[in-house]
Design a protein around this ligand. Structure first.
Ligand code: AMP
Ligand code: ZN
Length: 115
C-alpha cells in the first residue's frame, strides 16, 4: 500500500470504482475513461510501480493476471472476436498511474500500430 497511490486507494475501498473481479492478489475494475466499449484495468493488490520493478517473486502473479484477463474476456463475451491487453510503462509509454496495471480492451476492432 502506497498512501499517495490512486489504485492502492481503490484497492483499499477509499475511492469508489466499478469492481468486476477480485481475488487474493488481483482486482479488475472499469476504466473511468474507456477507450473501447469494454475497458477494464487488471491490477495487482501489491503496489508495484511498473514492469521495471518486477522480480522473479512476481512471476506467478503476472501469469495469473494474464489468465484472469483471458477469463474476463471470455465472461464479457469478446474473447472469440478478439481483444487487446496493454501495459504502458513510464512517460514515453504513456503511463499515468504509477501502480502496475494491464488494460483489457474489447468490443471493437483494434488498430495497429497503436498510437
Ligand atoms: P495508464 O495511462 O496506462 O497509466 O492508465 C491509467 C488508467 O487509469 C487510464 O486509462 C485512466 O483512465 C484510468 N483511471 C484514472 N483514474 C481512474 C479511476 N479513479 N478509476 C478508474 N480508472 C481510472
Ligand atoms: Zn499503489
Amino acid at each position: 500500500m502506497a498512501s499517495d497511490c490512486l489504485f492502492c486507494k481503490i484497492i483499499q475501498g477509499e475511492i469508489p470504482a466499478t469492481i468486476i473481479y477480485k481475488d487474493a492478489e488481483i482486482i479488475a475494475f472499469k476504466d473511468i475513461d474507456p477507450q473501447a466499449p469494454q475497458h477494464l484495468l487488471i491490477v495487482p493488490r501489491k503496489h508495484i510501480r511498473n514492469v521495471l520493478d518486477l522480480t522473479t517473486a512476481d512471476n506467478s502473479l503476472i501469469g495469473n493476471i494474464y489468465q484472469v484477463a483471458g477469463k474476463l474476456a471470455h465472461d464479457l463475451g469478446f474473447a472469440e472476436d478478439g481483444f487487446r491487453i496493454v501495459n504502458n510503462c513510464n512517460d514515453a509509454g504513456g503511463q499515468t498511474v504509477w501502480h502496475l496495471h494491464f488494460h483489457l480492451l474489447g468490443g471493437r476492432d483494434m488498430t495497429w500500430p497503436p498510437g
